[in-house]
Write a protein that binds this ligand. Structure first.
Ligand code: ZN
Ligand code: ZN
Length: 171
């Protein structure tokens, strides 16, 4: 997997947390994705993202909580129109010192926040988005974006529809 972040590293040192000297360590930083990165396709990254993260002791565990906000240009799955919106990722992850496929790993008392942000953004990019909840999509016959108004197709279908003519006979 190619690394999408091109900023210098954001490494969070958890030494004091692991020693239980401090209850939490916070990190806030901006980041940008490589404009040529293909992994968002057909969507695009359109500006600096923001990560507000906090590693905190939670019983025997260390958790990483917070949020990641990434400005993106999406393409509506129904009507095909592009629109800008923030991708919002709520972070609630367990950090572990032992190698584990499911969790982010603490290595030499540190975690690589760039790597974590990178992976969380990738898995949270939606496969399907709508420009609005009630997007009407495009007419399957003429291709007109029905959010901009109705097309004439429906009227023609009705005129040609034998069942409509049949129904007229019984009026
Ligand atoms: Zn749409
Ligand atoms: Zn139409």
């Amino acid at each position: 997997m190619s690394r999408a972040l091109n900023k210098e590293g954001n490494i969070l040192d958890l030494t004091n947390l692991l020693a239980r000297v401090k209850p939490s360590e916070k990190a806030s930083f901006e980041f940008s994705f490589d404009e040529n990165s293909e992994f968002a396709a057909p969507y695009k990254f359109v500006g600096a993202g923001l990560a507000n993260l906090e590693a905190r002791l939670d019983g025997d565990q260390i958790k990483l909580v917070g949020e990641i906000i990434v400005p993106m240009e999406f393409v509506c799955s129904k009507c095909g129109v592009s629109f800008e919106e923030n991708l919002f990722v709520e972070v609630n992850e367990i950090l572990t010192s032992e190698f584990d496929q499911e969790h982010f790993v603490i290595s030499a008392n540190k975690v690589d926040l760039d790597d974590i942000v990178n992976q969380l953004v990738i898995v949270n990019i939606p496969s399907r988005v709508l420009c609005k909840d009630n997007c009407l999509g495009v007419c399957s016959n003429c291709g007109k974006n029905l959010n901009e108004g109705a097309c004439d197709c429906k009227i023609k279908f009705n005129e040609d529809n034998p069942f409509v003519k049949l129904a007229d006979k019984f009026k």
